[in-house]
Every structure is written in C-alpha cells, then in structure tokens.
Design a protein. Sequence first.
Length: 484
Amino acid sequence: MSSIEDKLRDFEAQSSVLEPSEVQRNDWMKQVTEYAGSFIDALEDDHAFVDGYQRDNPFDNVDFNTTVDMKEALQFLKEEVDSIGLNPASGGHVGYIPGGGIYPTAIGDYLAAITNRYAGIFFGGPGAVRLENKLIQWMCSLIGFPESAHGNLCSGGSIANLIAICTARDKKAIRSKMVDQSVVYLTAQTHHCVQKALRIAGLDEVIIRYIDMDAQYRMDVKALEKQLKQDTSDGLRPFLIVASAGTTDAGAVDPLDPIADLSEAYDCWLHVDGAYGGFFILVDELKDRFQGIERADSVAIDPHKGLFLSYGLGVILIKDVEAMYQSHFYKASYMQDAQERFSDLSPADLSPELTKHYRGLRLWLPLRLFGIAPFKAALAEKYYLAQYFYREIQKLGFEVGPKPDLSVVLYRYADTDIDLNLFNKQLTQEIHKDGRVFLSSTNLQGEEWIRAAILSFRTHRSTIDRCLEMIADCVERVKLQLTA
Ligand SMILES: *Cc1c(COP(=O)(O)O)cnc(C)c1O
C-alpha cells in the first residue's frame, strides 16, 4: 500500500503538464501568434459571411479523454469555427451591430488571464479594481455624469441594462404587490434585452407602454407626456422610462432632454440605452444629439461596439451609487476579511457577479496605447461612411429610411413592379449567399428593410464601395430569379 506521500508524488507528476515549461509556452505562443497573424492578414480578402450551417456537427466526435497538439487544435478551430458563419472581425461585417476587435483587446485579455488579478473585490485586487474604477470614471465624465456617479464593467449591453433595471426597481420601491400597477415606457424600437431584463428582474407583469415614434423612429415626447398624464390620473405608478441613444434598427437617438424633463416631472427613473450609440458622443459633430444624456439616472454603453473591442465588455453607469449598492451588495461570513467598505467601491457590490473576469484590462490597454484621438476619428469616419452610403445607395434604385442620426442606414429596393417585401426578402437572402459583405434586414411596420450598420473599425470607404457593388450584383440576380 502506498503512503500519502507516494500518492502525492504520483498525482503531482501526473498533473504537472498543467504548468508547461518555458519551451512549451514559447512554442505555443509562436503558433498562436502566427495563427492570429494569418487570420488578420486574410480578413481583407475573406468573405464576411459563409453559410456553414448545413454541415454535420464536427464537435460530436471530440473526445476530451484524448489530446491533440497545438497545431491540430488550431487547425480544428480554423476549419470548424473561424471560417464559417459570420466573421465579426471583418470590416465587411455591416449587419447587426459590429465592432471588429482591436488587437490590444486580445493582449489585455491574455495578460488578465495570466496574472488572474481578483477584480471583484478591492481588498483582493486593489490595483485591478482601481483600474476598472478609473475607466468607469472616464466614461461617467464622457457623458457628463458627476464624479459621485459610478458603474460597473460587465459582459455586454444586456447585463448593463439588467443592472440598471434592477436598481431602478429597488430605488423606486416597486415591490411585488405593485408590479401590475407600475408602468414602464419604451418604444417599439427599444432593444429586446430591455423586455428580457424586465422579466428577469421579476417585472414581467409590469405595464409596458410603447410610445409612438416620429418619422425618424425617435420617441414622440408629446405622446409620452400624454401617456404619463393618463397613467397618473388612472392611479397607476409610472416608474421607468427607457430612452435609446442609438437604436439598433435605425440608429435613432431619442430626444433625451425633453424626455428627462418628463422623467423628473413624473418621478421616474430615466435609463438611456446607449449600448450601440453612446460612444458617438466623442464625435464633435454629434455631441448635440446626446444633449440631456447627463440628466439620465443610468446609461448603458458598450465598448465592444462603439470602442471596437472584441466581444465581452459592456458598461453600466449609474448616478445614484448608493441605490446601485443597495440592489447588489452581499454579505457572507466567508468574505468577512474583504467586507469592509473601503473608499474604493468593489465591483462585487455593484453587480450580480462575485468572481469575475478582470475585464478592465482589455479596455485599459487600448486606451493607454492609442489614446482617445484615433477612436474619435474612427467614429467620425463611421458617421460619414453612413452618410456616403445613404447617398450612394439611392443611385442604385433604393428607397431610404431617415437620414442616419449615427451610423445605421435603412434602405430597400424600390425600382421594381414586384412586391417590395418579396423582392427585398429575396435580396437579403441573395446578399447572404454572396457573403462578400454581411448585411442584415429588419421589418418595420410590416415593411422589409435592409440595414447597413457601420461600426467596425475595419470598415472603410473601400469596404462600402465593395458593399455597393455586391448589392448591385445581387439586385440583378434577384431580378432574374423573380422574373424567370
Ligand atoms: C447591442 C445592443 C444591446 C445589447 O447589448 P449586448 O452587448 O449585445 O448584450 C442593447 N441595446 C442596444 C441599443 C444594442 O444595440
């Protein structure tokens, strides 16, 4: 019988691969860097969309009791993950809301994973927490929030919106008994993650008013006022208004200032969803559109969209930190060493997470290495690319939606006798089949529209020209199909 000491020696030897040697580490990193390099080099020529949906599931045959070397592991990723479906890293991704994935995001993630700083609690990771808090302060100042405001770095816009909604619910004391008499104000263009967050927050039975919009898809303030008045006189409790600073469908910015007036007058929580559009406030020409955002109670903003980071970073900014704390703090005896209230707030007290990704570094590093100026320029470029596309697409026989507030253009082919919905649906399919550039469609009041959402840092004039060429080709192909 072996002793405990023998067992320890055995198990230590068997698990020693978990700490690879320097030679091993360098060999892996060399291969990984090469893989990343050739991925980036091929982006310009590769399609933005490849339909890989029909194939058999290659993951079925993967057995974790066997191993492969790095070369084989990378080859598998290349074939089964990185060359099919949408390519969000491509400048040709002009659908949904793109971003791209700037290189230092990856280095930030790499270092965050190696150093594995504990960014949940100030006591454990004072440097990491201060780094994240500094980023939050920077974003607060960007939108004109006071220094007393704070926030949280989370995984994306959906969680950012959820944190705001939970805070609003508690601050406005919407207890379970009152849910079905409490009212939330949205528009039909509010991002669906808001309804999802309401449900998760236990507010599924709340009354939702979808306020009418003007021709630009912006919330109609008069209609909002009328509804607030009506609901109040009916004895209901208006408590939350969600405005958008850049809708996903149309890029529309709601009139934030007059909405803030109404929110104050009716004692509501004003949440602004700027997940897509918020960072356009950096662009001098566009600042005015955001007037009133500083009066919101909370703002969601997504660096993995508007600052071109790889997926995995959304931010919620909240003026009333105490309210945010009351909705999210925790106490546990096994955390007693860490539980003092330091001057620096801990992310774990302001979000549903405890142990969390040290995700600040993926934003910190790009900001330190590049500064803010190139981000401003890239955002301005996206705005003008949208203006350019808006002008050029009309020359191809397309009808357009409103002049873009930010960088989303709506258009549909109209120079045909064929039913426009049928034609444009088919056109979207043809565009997906082509794949040189990826575009997505939407349905607005029963009408099929195609979108160009321009927000990848890799999308430039040449990409948009390629996009227009592709669209013209696809129109011809659809005409042939539908008249055949
Ligand atoms: C993308 C988006 C969201 C959701 O953000 P995720 O980061 O995808 O979770 C919310 N609101 C708006 C306006 C968006 O564009």
